[in-house]
Design a protein around this ligand. Structure first.
Ligand code: CP
Length: 335
């Protein structure tokens, strides 16, 4: 038991191993209490420095990362855990995820064989994977992370999956909580922005799911027509196609690109007028500006905004440590 809580802040998962998984906001019992725990760790990073002694965490990456990888390692170290990073895409055997596959092609090892072995080495497994953006059905089935849950036999933490990025979104709620000083609920606007590449919907889906579930903000999503997100994640948001209208009176503007969900994985328009600039920011209630990073400067956001006093992006990225530490502490207690 850590020093802050007697009652678990995560939910038992019906899937996989004993202990808690952290895959989405649905795994969280009480968002505000988990935020409080993260902020206590921010004030006192080594408060639970012996909680994870004797526990080993595996961080598996199927694609690149700066923040997720390093913040989770720092969080594990703060709890006394031993962390090992494995870049599966570069250093591991090519994994097969299809049930019943005849493996006479390029894949070398089935997840049914690899995941239980990893479960022998680690007490907690964290996985980062991206969607293919080729098949919506396959990506939204979350085949990769669900097979780790099914076969590893230890708690699984999503470091971003095909459709969600829960540690990022938890961080975003922490950052809004610690910076908002108003009495009424803040107006939070998630706005689509242009980008040179087709990107996943993960960050936007997940942010919508967390802010919607948190229910402590007036939540607006702005995007050009054709960039509608999966309605399962946006049911608590007001959705409009006029960015200037959305930005009026905003207290927070979260900028993020995503590719089309309906015309799956496609860039269907790339209107540069949706880049957030100081002129756009002037429409808001002196809004704080958020982005998960990495960001394409002067494509998604202008230099003047990113380098200006309203930008929270560095503070936000710093909070990734406390989000990971709060979640890992709950998982350690459960195993
Ligand atoms: N925001 C985020 O997940 O950053 P990385 O891709 O660098 O981990």
């Amino acid at each position: 038991m850590n020093i802050f809580q007697n009652k678990s802040l995560l939910k038992s998962s019906p899937l996989g191993a004993e202990g808690y998984n952290f895959i989405s906001v649905n795994d969280v019992e009480n968002i505000d209490a988990l935020v409080d725990q993260a902020l206590r760790y921010k004030a006192n990073p080594f408060a639970d420095k012996t909680l994870g002694i004797g526990k080993r965490i595996g961080l598996l990456f199927l694609n690149p990362s700066l923040r997720t990888r390093l913040s989770t390692q720092v969080a594990a170290a703060n709890l006394g855990m031993d962390a090992i990073v494995f870049n599966v895409d570069k250093e591991g055997w090519a994994l097969e995820f299809t049930e019943g596959a005849i493996m006479n092609g390029t894949t070398v090892e089935h997840i049914k064989d690899a995941a239980p072995v990893l479960g022998q080495y680690f007490d907690v497994l964290c996985i980062r994977t991206f969607p293919s953006l080729q098949s919506r059905e396959e990506d939204y089935a979350e085949t990769v992370i669900n097979q780790f849950i099914k076969y590893a036999g230890v708690p699984i933490v999503s470091l971003e999956s095909a459709t969600l990025h829960p540690l990022q979104s938890f961080t975003d709620v922490i950052t809004i909580t610690e910076t908002y000083k108003g009495a009424a609920k803040p107006k939070v606007v998630l706005t689509w922005a242009p980008h040179v590449k087709a990107l996943p919907q993960c960050v936007a889906n997940s942010f919508a799911q967390w802010i919607g579930g948190w229910n402590e903000a007036e939540f607006v999503i702005a995007h050009p027509e054709g960039y509608e997100l999966d309605e399962r994640f946006t049911k608590n948001a007001t959705i409009i196609n006029n960015q200037d209208e959305a930005l009026k009176n905003a207290d927070y503007v979260y900028v993020k690109n995503w590719s089309s969900y309906n015309d799956y994985g496609k860039i269907i328009s790339n209107d540069t007028g949706w880049m957030l600039t100081n002129a756009k920011l002037a429409l808001t209630n002196n809004a704080k500006v958020m982005h998960c990073l990495p960001v394409r400067r002067n494509v998604e956001l202008s230099d003047e905004v990113l380098d200006g006093s309203n930008s929270l992006v560095t503070q936000q990225a710093g909070n990734r440590v406390w989000a990971a530490q709060a979640v890992l502490s709950e998982i350690i207690k459960s195993i």
